[in-house]
Design a protein around this ligand. Structure first.
Ligand code: 1JT
Length: 256
């Protein structure tokens, strides 16, 4: 790879295991010369994130449960101390209670709706606010989204509503932070066989359908999402902000 990210430092949230989209992004940006901090949510994930990070050059591994303001504050205090500044931030985090990702959206409970918005959307706002003072002179923020934000996809339900809000938040954050040279974009990835996604009933059938109908007649990989993230995080995308870039083998472009 080129040294597109040589000298750049960033934080990547959302690595849980080797199949995580965030891990695909980490590998590609590190290959391009970046130095990264990875975060983990709770002790449950610490060991697996540490063992993945051991494959990287000079990584930082830090705790961050995004539903806790104190942990977000502590994350940026540590990043300031260790890195001095931040060039990029990757948000690859989402959660909704399992029962909200099946059956009818109309049955979504208030608490499931609240949790989906808090963990999957508000966290991006709070993290952008925390990163801002460390991105003096400019920076790049990338979040992950999915087609269920644009169309009603069976079972995606409350996550679809959360992803619509996330895509809107990307535009509002781009508007606020653009004057400081901080770009904010999202990648709309096609379905990928991650541990989180596999836990959702009907996901495997959806992967197959997607591969049959997408113009490229296949699904996308973590590495392909990583390469698109490298573009958005690097100077190649210096004129791009407030954008949702589809990395979905073209699925979004076709009707029936
Ligand atoms: C979450 C999960 C967010 C799975 C997700 C997600 N964003 C995309 N996926 C994959 C997916 C899931 C379903 C689907 C299509 C794609 C699981 C944990 C909570 C957050 O339905 C058509 C259900």
């Amino acid at each position: 790879m080129t040294g597109l990210m040589e000298g750049k430092k960033g934080v990547i949230l959302g690595v849980a295991n080797k199949r995580s989209i965030a891990w695909g992004i980490t590998q590609v940006v590190c290959q391009a010369g970046a130095r990264v901090a990875l975060t983990y949510q709770g002790e449950r994930f610490e060991e697996s994130v540490r063992s993945l990070a051991a494959e990287l050059d000079n990584p930082l591994v830090l705790p961050c449960d995004v539903s806790d303001d104190g942990q977000i504050d502590e994350l940026f205090r540590t990043l300031e101390k260790e890195f001095g500044r931040l060039d990029f931030l990757v948000h690859s985090i989402a959660f909704a209670p399992k029962e909200a990702l099946e059956g009818e959206f109309v049955n979504t409970a208030r608490e499931a709706y609240r949790i989906a918005q808090d963990v999957s959307v508000y966290s991006l706002v709070a993290l952008a606010r925390g990163a801002r003072p460390l991105m003096q002179g400019g920076g790049s923020i990338v979040a992950m989204t999915y087609y269920g934000a644009e169309k009603a996809v069976p079972n995606y339900n409350v996550m679809g509503v959360a992803k619509s809000a996330l895509e809107s938040a990307v535009r509002y954050l781009a508007s606020d932070l653009g004057p400081e040279g901080i770009r904010v974009n999202a990648i709309s990835a096609g379905p990928i066989n991650t541990v989180a996604a596999r836990g959702v009933s009907g996901f495997t059938g959806m992967l197959k359908l997607h591969a049959e109908r997408a113009p490229l007649r296949r699904n996308v990989t973590q590495e392909e999402v990583g390469k698109a993230a490298l573009f958005l995080l690097s100077d190649l995308a210096s004129g791009v902000t407030g954008e949702v870039l589809h990395v979905d083998a073209g699925y979004h472009a076709v009707g029936m």
